[in-house]
Design a binder for this molecule. Structure first.
Ligand SMILES: [Fe+2]
Length: 392
C-alpha cells in the first residue's frame, strides 16, 4: 500500500531533511548577520572582536582569539576574542614573541592553516600546553592578511575533540578578506578625519590667538577629554564625539566682542549675558556641517552644571550629554591650572581638591573622580609640563 499524501489530505508537510539549497541559504543568512559587527566597527579593536565572533560561529568553535602582528618588532598582541561559555580564554592584550609558538609563526609566514590536536604526540609542546591550560582539545590557526602583509593570527579553539571541516580554513579566509576590506574603510575614515581635525584645529588656534590667556587651551582639553572618555569606557562613536566637541567647544566665542573676551576686570551683567551666548552661537555655527553632528550637543551644553544651575538650557544630571559633562570638567580643570589675569594657576593638589569639592554640584561626580585618576596616572612631571602651562 502506498503512503497517503498528507499534504493533500490534511495540509500537513511531512518532516523532511532540509535540501542543500535550504542549508546554503540559511548559512548565508547567518553569515550576513555575523558580518554586521565588522561592517559597523568604529575602531580596529571592535573590528577584530567582530571577526573573532564571526569565525567562532562559522567554524563552530568554543573560542576564537585574534592577535595583531607587529612585523617590525616581530611580536603579537591579543586584539580581539570571542568565547562561548563555559569555555574561557585569558585575554592578555600584552605583546609576546612568537618564538615559543612555531606553528603560529609558520601560519603567519606561509598562510597555510594548521590544525593542532592536543592528543597528537608530534604537535608542538607549547601549543598543546596552551590547549591543556584552557581545557581545549583542538585549535585551528589561520592568518589575516591586510595590504599584502600578515596583519593578525586567528586561532579557533574547540573543547570537544572533533576535527575541523576540511573547508573551515577557506571559510575563515573569506571572513578575513571581509575584515581586511573593513580595515581599509577604517583607515580611509581615519585619514579623512585626520584632515578634518587638522583643519578644525587650525581654525580654533586662529580663534585662540585673539586671547593670549587661552593659547593651546583647546589642544589640552582635547587630550584630557579623550583620555577621560577612554577611562570611562565610552564606545568609539562617543569617544569621537568627545574629541570633536572638545576641540570646538568654545568656537562660538568668535561671536563675542574683543571688549568682553579680552576684558581684564570682571564682567558686568550685560557683558556676562553676551559671554554666555557662546555655546549657542557655536552650536548654530556648526549646524550646517553634518560631519560635526556628534559635536553639536557637546558645544551647546559644555557650560551646563550637574545640579541644573548652568547654561544655556539648565539641564541637570544625565540629561546633560555625557560628552558635554566630560568637556565641562576638563575645561574647568584646565582653567584652574592656568594663569589668568586676575589669579595665578592652582597647584595640582589644589585643583584636585576643587574637583572633589564641586563633584555632585558643578560636575558629574563620576567624571570628576575619574579625571583625578587620569591626571594622577599621567605622572606628576608630565602633568606639570603639559597641563600647568602658565604656573610660575
Ligand atoms: Fe566655553
Amino acid at each position: 500500500m502506498s503512503t497517503p499524501n498528507l499534504t493533500l489530505l490534511y495540509g500537513i508537510e511531512p518532516a523532511r531533511r532540509p535540501t542543500g539549497l535550504e542549508r546554503a541559504t540559511r548559512s548565508m543568512a547567518e553569515l550576513v548577520s555575523d558580518l554586521g559587527p565588522m561592517q559597523e566597527a568604529g575602531d580596529v579593536s571592535d573590528l577584530l572582536a567582530g571577526l573573532a565572533h564571526a569565525v567562532r560561529r562559522e567554524v563552530a568553535a568554543d573560542a576564537v582569539l585574534v592577535s595583531r602582528y607587529d612585523a617590525q618588532l616581530d611580536l603579537v598582541c591579543d586584539g580581539g576574542a570571542s568565547v562561548r561559555p563555559p569555555a574561557t580564554l585569558n585575554f592578555v592584550a600584552e605583546q609576546y614573541s612568537l618564538d615559543e609558538y612555531p606553528a603560529t609563526r609558520e601560519v603567519l609566514v606561509t598562510g597555510k592553516a594548521i590544525e593542532i590536536a592536543r592528543s597528537d604526540p608530534e604537535a608542538d609542546r607549547n601549543e598543546t600546553r596552551f590547549l591543556s591550560q584552557y581545557g581545549f582539545s583542538r585549535s585551528l590557526i589561520c592568518r589575516l592578511v591586510h595590504s599584502g602583509a600578515p596583519f593578525a593570527t586567528v586561532e579557533a579553539y574547540r573543547t570537544e575533540d572533533r576535527a575541523f571541516r576540511h573547508d573551515d580554513p577557506a571559510r575563515v579566509d573569506v571572513l578575513c578578506a571581509f575584515a581586511s576590506s573593513a580595515l581599509t574603510r577604517l583607515e580611509l575614515a581615519a585619514q579623512l578625519e585626520g584632515h578634518y581635525t587638522m583643519t578644525m584645529e587650525a581654525l580654533v588656534s586662529a580663534l585662540e590667538a585673539r586671547d593670549p590667556h587661552t593659547e593651546a587651551h583647546a589642544g589640552r582639553i582635547r587630550d584630557l577629554s579623550t583620555a577621560l572618555a577612554v577611562a570611562l569606557r565610552l564606545p568609539s562613536e562617543e569617544r569621537r564625539a568627545v574629541k570633536l566637541g572638545s576641540i570646538l567647544h568654545d568656537v562660538g566665542k568668535i561671536g563675542v566682542p574683543d571688549s568682553i573676551l579680552l576684558k581684564e576686570g570682571s564682567l558686568d551683567e550685560q557683558e556676562w549675558k553676551l559671554m554666555k551666548r557662546h555655546p549657542v552661537i557655536g552650536e548654530r555655527m556648526l549646524r550646517s556641517v553634518e560631519f560635526l553632528a556628534p559635536a553639536w550637543p557637546i558645544v551647546r551644553h559644555h557650560h551646563e552644571r550637574w545640579d541644573g544651575r548652568g547654561y544655556p538650557d539648565g539641564l541637570a544630571r544625565e540629561d546633560i550629554p555625557v560628552g558635554a559633562r566630560i568637556v565641562a570638567v576638563c575645561d574647568s580643570f584646565d582653567a584652574m591650572t592656568s594663569n589668568r589675569p586676575y589669579r595665578k594657576a592652582l597647584s595640582l593638589a589644589h585643583a584636585f581638591e576643587e574637583l572633589t569639592r564641586n563633584a555632585g554640584s558643578q560636575f558629574d561626580p563620576a567624571c570628576a573622580e575619574m579625571l583625578v585618576e587620569v591626571v594622577s596616572s599621567l605622572g606628576q612631571d608630565r602633568v606639570e609640563e603639559r597641563l600647568v602651562r602658565y604656573a610660575d
